[in-house]
Design a protein around this ligand. Sequence first.
Ligand code: PMP
Length: 437
Amino acid sequence: MQRIRSEQLYEEAQEHIVGGVNSPSRSFKAVGGGAPVFMQKGQGAHFWDVDGNKYIDYLAAFGPIITGHAHPVVTEAIVQAAHNGTLLGTATEHEIKLAKELKAAIPSMDKVRFVNSGTEAVMSTIRVARAFTGRNKIIKFAGCYHGHADLVLVAAGSGPSTLGIPDSAGIPPSIASEVITVPFNELDGLRLALERWGNEVAAVMVEPIVGNFGMVMPKPGFLEGLCKLTRDAGALVIYDEVISAFRFHYGSAQTFHAFPDQSLIRPDLTALGKIIGGGMPIGAYGGRADVMAMVAPLGPAYQAGTMAGNPASVLAGLACLEVLKQPGVYEQMERLAVKLVDGLQQSAVRHGVSLTINRIAGAFSTHFCNHPVTNYEEAQGANSELFAKFFRLMLERGVYLAPSKYEAWFLTTAHTDAEIDETLLAADESFLEMSKN
Ligand code: PMP
């Protein structure tokens, strides 16, 4: 497969755009480097690059594109929005409609506020939690990604329960020292951290179903225990559902059938993004009415946005949710994911490739290892070189995966059996290649 134009554009991009990409996750750094593919358009479950090559897309733009690219209902909503002014800078009726949809699907959200990205949503929940509790510290879980705000770009320290060290340059130690990182899927680290710093902790932040070190379900009792320990310490529970909301069913992780008693896993605040904007920039946060009453103009916690709740994003989000409400939509994505995962697993076994797949409804992650992946450490333990090789072999066969071993494969409503069959053929050839050396 020739990608001459992509190579040329990458050269040019690097002269003008830092690193040639506008988000590091789009670079191919984690899969051996070189020019990323420059895409020209997306339609349904497919991408076409600037050299005319066609790919089946499992990236779904890192999650939001659940109805496939350029879905007619979503596209029409954006066109209509454009005709009536993409940004009015005033309140609109559309925002109420989307807020009502979100509240109906995620009942812990008494009150909602729209922002422009997942990062902003998370950042805002932290400010509100701090304002409400009068405390400063945050506890998060190793490997969970919550956007690029200072406070959440903090990694684990050397022990299971130490104050954070920055995960990025440019984050003052004074900020990192307000963050405690503990392991996901075990309560001991959290318990220890709360014992030590509990009365300083404003909130415990978690991806209730993880999407950022592969797809990882919380173990039975983990979320229940997390909520109880956090409340006992007088802190708030914040769920980052930027990936998980509307991904697995029409609702979010906190309303997912996998959890027997949802009253025990109810968060105080929730951060949303991605799917709720139908592919347009959006974020939202919300939760308990008394906590959200801290937010300006009602309360003293300031949070604002020129673009927040703009009609284009809100109408695209409403259109996307309308598509997702149609009967059978999630069942179809899940059926295809099961078929794909079964096929991948059989093929990997046939060629002697060690592969652990974590699937949750229509999304899954592939880890080249022979142990289960239930936390960040185990995900780190998967073979990065083998993933990079698999990524390249699949790319050459017209299958576009996220360029990182930690990212998920996402099915969309546009995928069909034809794409799955084609993908399985490509995977079988790829595993055969991989088994040769
Ligand atoms: N939270 C989670 C769970 C995410 O996966 C992401 C993005 N991948 C974010 C927050 C940040 O969202 P955004 O990129 O829209 O700022």
